[in-house]
Design a protein around this ligand. Structure first.
Ligand SMILES: [Zn+2]
Length: 376
């Protein structure tokens, strides 16, 4: 990624500005009016303290200020060139993406931390050699090789280690997974321990109960996809505090099938798979699972940036509370990406990557799709 020139508003060189909004979402305990003081490329103060500081005032009548959303699961090397995909994410107002795996041997897209979207990357995933391996992962065999690869990712500057524990969904069979457990429990445990010792969280591609259970036993930080895991494992995720990124939009895109890749039977299966996953998401919310919004953008029919709002719309249709959807795309996603101090909330010290929307996005998170004002 080349360096983009700094946009004036969030540049550290910008003069202090006090944003005066109708309301603030994603801000806690603000005293006084909904005002946000930005200076030096950071949010400096909120409420009365913001209003009292010497700064140019920028009124945003009728608009609520909100942190921009994040996408916790994308593939920047799929669905177009990484540069173009980052531009799509930026134009959709996405503040950060987590890039979870690309073909080994290709350069890892890195982005630029001074400008949205911030990129947290895994580099190529860690997967099985031979049967059950994934083309987005380095093929590895044995706990020693898995641990070593996790250390290598940390040294290469990755922000997360991605494991491909199971295969993909079998679209010919509702409930079917190709390669239930492509990595052994010992391999999963070795990679997880090495990654976490190196200070990196572990994101595990896992479908079906065998893969999800092995990942939860190893103590991974997030389950990606997690189709067909069943209610007991949802309860266990809630108990352990494991994040779940259910990537519903990816299956919905396959079911829509814009290029006519599937026959009618497969499209019907996909609709049933999606309905089951949405039911599980609703149940996960009730159980208190740490649901985080991610999309699998770059996979078939799923555009970077816009995918965030397709995922939101599906959760809302499933009956997930709007406030949960909002948090899943902002504060929870930022924490999972290790950016809890930088993004996802309006608070002193955080980056001012904000959107202005005509209403409270905790009541209607889809307002984030059409901001009337943005700081970046
Ligand atoms: Zn993926």
């Amino acid at each position: 990624m080349g360096d983009l020139p700094p946009r004036e508003f969030f540049s550290p060189r910008h003069h202090p500005v006090c944003l005066l909004a109708e309301g603030l979402a994603g801000a806690e305990g603000v005293e006084g009016p909904p005002a946000v003081l930005v200076a030096g490329g950071r949010i400096q103060a909120l409420g009365r303290a913001a209003l009292e500081a010497p700064a140019r005032r920028l009124p945003l009548p009728g608009l609520w200020l909100t942190p921009a959303p994040l996408d916790a699961h994308v593939h920047l090397r799929l669905g177009g060139a990484p540069e173009a995909n980052l531009t799509s994410a930026l134009s959709a107002g996405v503040a950060a993406v987590r890039d979870l795996g690309h073909q080994p041997g290709l350069a890892t897209p890195r982005g630029n931390r001074q400008h949205p979207p911030w990129v947290v990357n895994s580099g190529p995933g860690l997967g099985a050699a031979g049967e059950g391996g994934c083309w987005l992962a380095q093929p590895l065999a044995g706990p020693g090789a898995m641990a070593q690869a996790a250390w290598e990712r940390a040294r290469a500057g990755a922000g997360v280690v991605k494991l491909f524990v199971s295969g993909l969904l079998d679209f010919d069979r509702v409930g079917g997974v190709l390669h239930h457990l492509a990595l052994s429990p010992d391999e999963i445990a070795a990679a997880t321990q090495a990654a976490q010792e190196a200070g990196l969280p572990v994101a595990a591609h896992a479908n079906g109960p065998a893969a999800v259970e092995a990942c939860l036993t190893a103590g991974v930080d997030s389950i990606e996809h997690g189709f067909f895991m069943g209610p007991e494992l949802l309860e266990r995720m809630a108990r352990q505090g494991t994040a779940w990124i259910p990537t519903c939009a990816a299956v919905a895109a396959h079911a829509l099938d814009p290029e006519g890749r599937h026959d009618q039977t497969v499209r019907d299966n996909l609709r049933r798979i999606l309905a089951g996953q949405l039911e599980a998401v609703r149940r996960a919310e009730a159980l208190g699972v740490n649901l985080v919004l991610g999309t699998d953008a770059g996979s078939y029919g799923l555009e970077h940036g816009a995918a965030v709002f397709r995922e939101m719309a599906l959760w809302l249709e499933a009956g997930v509370k709007p406030a949960t959807v909002f948090r899943a795309a902002t504060s929870r996603a930022a924490r999972l990406l290790g950016l809890g101090q930088e993004l996802g909330e309006i608070k002193p010290g955080a980056r001012p990557w904000l959107l202005g929307v005509p209403g409270d996005p905790r009541a209607n998170p889809l307002l984030l799709a059409e901001p009337r004002w943005r700081s970046f």
